[in-house]
Each structure stands twice: as structure tokens, then as C-alpha cells.
Design a protein around this ligand. Structure first.
Ligand code: ZN
Length: 154
């Protein structure tokens, strides 16, 4: 998978910024936006969606991944997460890992809603989840899962 262009990364981050504005978080008041750039060049976004029954709430990262996979795009080139010092939770790291390869970049964007200033930390999905539960290594996947076998895992 080739590295996304600077312009593609900006488009990805902007999609996450816009998604953060749509977060439904009346309980935590902690809005998060996420977006994924697929290997096919599409961008899918998600926001956190909370519920009065707290356990039913969904993180922005998983919402974005499920949006992407539902659209038929299950190979991630890059991911952006926007929020106050936001980082993907453990569950989201594992879900991101499922659709990533070793080169899938992860941009953590700390955005000040008042000044508009932002601090971006770039890492990778794999670095964020060392010793992940890997469906390929575990032999859980069939011989031809849609496109996981084409990915660079190491
Ligand atoms: Zn999460």
C-alpha cells in the first residue's frame, strides 16, 4: 500500500474534524471524531455516539471503521482521530488492527476548539497495539479472506 499524499492526509483529518462536530456525547461531553482513508482512496468518518444505557455507546474510531467496511472498503491506509488528547481505546485499537497493515498511519489530532490550533502526533496502528491478537497469525481466517492476506503484517 503506498503512503497517502499530504493532501490526502489533510482531507482525512478534516473529515475527522467535521465528524467530531456531529458527536452525540451528552453524558461524557467528550466529543471525538475519526476518519479512515482506505487503500482505495475513500474516506469514511465516524463520531462517538453515546446512549443513556452507557454500555451501548460506540467510539468514533469503530464507527468510522464500520462505516468503511459497510461501504465495501476494508483495507485502511491511514486513520485520524480528533479530540482533546484523544487516543483510541483498547477495543478500537484491536478493531483498527483487523483492517490495517504495518504501514497504516495513525494521526492523533489534539484540536483546541477555541483557537483552532492543533497538535498532530503521527504513529501507526501497529505501534499502538504491540502483540495484538492477529487473526492471520492465529490461523483464524480462511485461506482467502477478502483482502487481508495481501497486507504486509511485519
Ligand atoms: Zn474506542
Amino acid at each position: 500500500m503506498s503512503k497517502p499524499s499530504r493532501r490526502a492526509v489533510e482531507r482525512l483529518i478534516e473529515a475527522a474534524v467535521q465528524a467530531q462536530k456531529r458527536a452525540y456525547c451528552p453524558y461524557s461531553r467528550y466529543p471525538v471524531g475519526a476518519a479512515v482513508l482506505t487503500a482505495s482512496g475513500r474516506v469514511f468518518a465516524g463520531c462517538n455516539v453515546e446512549n443513556a444505557s452507557y454500555g451501548l455507546s460506540m467510539c468514533a474510531e469503530r464507527a468510522a471503521v464500520y462505516h468503511s467496511v459497510s461501504g465495501g472498503h476494508d483495507s485502511l491506509a491511514a486513520v485520524a482521530v480528533v479530540g482533546a488528547a484523544a487516543k483510541p481505546c483498547g477495543a478500537c485499537r484491536q478493531v483498527l488492527f483487523e483492517f490495517s497493515d504495518k504501514d497504516t498511519d495513525l494521526y492523533l489530532v489534539d484540536l483546541d476548539p477555541v483557537t483552532g490550533r492543533r497538535r498532530v502526533v503521527k504513529t501507526t496502528v501497529f505501534k499502538l497495539l504491540p502483540m495484538a491478537f492477529d487473526p492471520l497469525a492465529s490461523g483464524l481466517l480462511p485461506k482467502n479472506p477478502r483482502n487481508l492476506l495481501k497486507r504486509k503484517r511485519k
